[in-house]
Ligand binder design. Structure first.
Ligand code: PLP
Length: 356
């Protein structure tokens, strides 16, 4: 049976990405070798990373002065690399969830961290508003999409200092105003590629300002100088990322991706809002994520949650169990998920409600 994959990460990839990756595992670029066993220094792989980098710049409309890097270590490694390279004295952070607070914890090792606002006490069910960021901050760090809690900040914030964002779970779902940013990073396993590579976009002029010594591997300048090949990069995830980027371009780029994402999210949120059995967990509708939709059963139906999971499993729906720290349900609607899968889910919600 066809599966409808709502996993939060690693997560669904396009058929195009999976098929081309499978082909390259058997025979990469007519080399007679697998992508798994070829040198990263081969001219065939150099062409892969060059095209992937160019497509990121094209699709996100990245201006001159920014470098695109393909690094290991996951988004979590960026929680320390960012302050290592950008925090001289003080940085401001917005605490909107587990990933944001992990980033804050690392930044505190490097200098003063001003946590401008937090929704922790409310279980991270909204994005704080009306906070103030001081102009003497080296940067303001925020998490654009809170994968676990289903909240999202879909607008580049207006603050009196430079921005740095963890966009792991919503990159390629909207246009970004790079003139406000010093860096953006995203673990690939949500909207781009299999786990193993992290996309990092840094403004070169912003580097080299901190006085501390930086270990070679943690210094962005190392990777800029060597074109992400200082050491062996994650070859297979980068190859898959290229396939996804080609697919995104063919579809029509960010405008079309965003249109599809908004349409899918509206379909599911409408089903939740119209239902008596299900309810969303995000308190301010303006904060609702279009990537990860979190919902629960209303108190009178609460004991039916596991029955609903089973009902969904029987229809080929996988990955809708909420994060262990939140419970309930979470449907991740990443770019590769077809709207048809969302319809299967909303039909299941409807049919389950009608029969219980
Ligand atoms: C998944 C996720 C992370 C962690 O990514 P790793 O690559 O596992 O380190 C960080 N931030 C956000 C927003 C995420 O969704």
């Amino acid at each position: 049976m066809k599966k409808h994959n709502f996993y939060a990460g690693p997560s669904i990839l396009s058929d195009y990405t999976i098929q081309n990756t499978a082909d390259a595992i058997l025979n990469f670029a007519d080399t007679g070798l697998s992508i798994l066993e070829i040198s990263h220094r081969s001219k065939q792989f150099q062409a892969v990373i060059d095209e992937a980098t160019a497509l990121v710049k094209e699709i996100l409309d990245i201006p001159a002065g920014f470098e695109v890097l393909w690094l290991g270590g996951g988004a979590s490694m960026q929680f320390c690399m960012i302050p290592y390279n950008f925090l001289s004295k003080k940085a401001s952070y917005l605490d909107t969830g587990t990933w944001a607070s992990n980033a804050i914890k690392e930044a505190k090792l490097f200098g003063d961290v001003d946590v401008v606002a937090s929704s922790k006490e409310a279980g991270y069910t909204f994005i704080p508003k009306g906070f103030e960021v001081t102009a003497d901050s080296d940067y303001f760090h925020y998490t654009s999409n809170n994968t676990i809690y289903g909240t999202e900040l879909r607008k580049d914030p207006d603050v009196p200092c430079r921005l740095i964002a963890d966009m792991s779970s919503d990159i390629f779902s909207r246009a970004i105003d790079f003139s406000k940013y010093d860096a953006i990073y995203a673990g690939a396993q949500k909207n781009l590629a299999p786990a193993g590579v992290t996309l990092v976009i840094v403004r070169e002029d912003a580097l080299g300002k901190v006085e501390r010594a930086i270990p070679t591997m943690l210094d962005y300048r190392t990777h800029i100088k060597k074109g992400s090949m200082f050491n062996t990069p994650p070859v297979l995830p980068i190859f898959s990322a290229l396939q996804t980027l080609r697919y995104y371009k063919q579809l029509g780029g960010i405008t079309e991706l965003e249109r599809r994402d908004l349409e899918k999210a509206a379909l599911l949120y409408n089903a939740i809002d119209e239902s008596k059995m299900f309810t969303g967990t995000v308190t301010d509708p303006a904060d609702r994520s279009i990537m990860n939709v979190c919902f629960v059963m209303t108190p009178e139906y609460k004991e039916l949650e596991s029955a609903f999971i089973d009902f969904c499993t029987a229809r080929g729906i996988v990955g809708i169990k909420g994060h262990r720290s939140v419970g309930g349900f979470r449907a991740s609607l990443y770019n590769a998920l077809p709207i048809q899968s969302v319809k299967v889910l909303t039909d299941a919600m409807h049919d389950f409600e009608a029969t219980h």
